[in-house]
Ligand binder design. Structure first.
Ligand code: IPM
Ligand code: MG
Length: 372
């Protein structure tokens, strides 16, 4: 297993450090060779090389079996032009590695229902999966720019574009994934306003016909935003485009109680050797305000390695064990400050220690409804 580790900025190095400890534990436990290379990305790369990612790191990512990514960005680089900003590093990785399938689970562990801003009964045991298209749409569409007209007034424009093939392949991922869950897909678009939305809906319907055992529904993106914060448990798999997926996945994340809990996987289509390129990252950002204090919640990054076990290493049972260990640790009341509400809290390292202890020596399993 060749793992490229890109810690990035802010709390990135701390949480990735915890996930590396976990990866080494699994490597010993399951008996696989783990070769870890580390690289710079984001602000860290800007400081060292003047660019948010170098060609050499992109090459390393192409050669790796999987990439474990921390977080990028911080106030120090906010003034830079877009292509020079830390965020450009992750966007280039998504595009070059063709990581079109961005899986963003939003799960609410019963023990933490009180930490969410929503009423506990609305979100208790919530388990939804947002599948976001991540290599096309308005993020990458051309032309784009800001131009100054003859009258000196500026005009900005972006292009939202989707080909049939780009929509079809993300829909296939959604339907195939739904088969392993409750068999329902909600496709989200703005077919009432946008051409890309009309094509999205038509293609989703066509692909859906190839999966008669999966129930397909459609929803407009604005309505979906409202439904997510009023009746979130109606959803199982949501499939949507790059921009809507960005926005809706942040909303879904808030349901779980803390951004610090949610992992994500970004996958390519299968290569000639049958493997998919893959990048795993917590969905939260670099949190510069708490960086360097050892108090960041490592769970999202630990579970991101869990998704790596599941999707890149074909070790779903190990991923389940990890998820169970995290649940037990939460049920025991061990918390980092972001989820401690008013109770006592522990450091990132202590929380990881507790998870490793659970893996080493599982105590009474907590009832789990998790299916991933
Ligand atoms: C995300 C982030 C990124 C995005 C940024 C950092 C470019 O918000 O992964 O959701 O907009 O895709
Ligand atoms: Mg986002």
């Amino acid at each position: 297993m060749r793992l490229l580790v890109l810690p990035g900025d802010g709390i990135g190095p701390e949480i990735v450090g915890e996930a590396v400890r976990l990866a080494r534990w699994f490597s010993a436990d399951l008996g696989f060779d783990l070769e870890i290379t580390e690289g710079l990305v984001g602000g860290a790369s800007i400081e060292a090389h003047g660019a948010p990612i170098t060609d050499a790191v992109v090459e390393q990512a192409l050669a790796a079996d999987a990439v474990l990514f921390g977080a990028v960005g911080g106030p120090r680089w906010d003034h830079l032009e877009r292509p020079a900003r830390p965020e450009a590093g992750i966007l280039r990785l998504r595009q070059t590695l063709d990581l079109f399938a961005n899986l963003r689970p939003a799960v609410c562990y019963g023990e933490l229902a009180g930490a969410s801003a929503l009423k506990p009964d609305l979100i208790e045991d919530l388990d939804i999966l947002i599948i976001r298209e991540a290599t096309a749409g308005v993020y990458f569409g051309l032309p784009r720019g800001i131009e100054t007209g003859p009258d000196g007034a500026r005009r900005a424009y972006d292009t939202q574009s989707y080909t049939e093939a780009e929509i079809a392949r993300i829909c296939h991922v959604a339907f195939a994934t739904a088969r392993t869950r409750s068999g329902r897909v909600c496709s989200v678009d703005k077919a009432n306003v946008m051409e890309t939305g009309a094509l999205w809906r038509a293609v989703a319907t066509e692909i859906g016909a190839q999966y008669p055992d999966v129930a397909l529904s459609h929803m407009f993106a604005d309505n979906c935003a409202m439904q997510l914060v009023s009746r979130p448990k109606q959803f199982d798999v949501i499939v949507t485009d790059n921009l809507f997926g960005d926005i809706l996945s942040d909303a879904a994340a808030a349901l779980s109680g803390s951004l610090g809990l949610l992992p994500s996987a970004s996958l390519s289509a299968p290569l000639a050797n049958g493997r998919r390129r893959a990048l795993y990252e917590p969905i939260h950002g670099s949190a510069p305000d708490i960086a360097g204090r050892g108090m960041a919640n490592p769970i999202a990054t630990l579970l991101s390695f869990g998704l790596c076990l599941r999707h890149s290493m074909d070790r779903p049972e190990a991923a389940d064990r990890l998820q169970q260990a995290v649940r037990t640790v939460l049920a025991e009341g061990i918390r980092t400050p972001d989820i401690a509400v008013d109770g006592p809290s522990v450091s990132s390292a202590a929380l990881t220690d507790a998870v490793l202890r659970q893996l080493e020596n599982p105590s009474s399993p907590v009832e789990t409804k998790a299916r991933r």
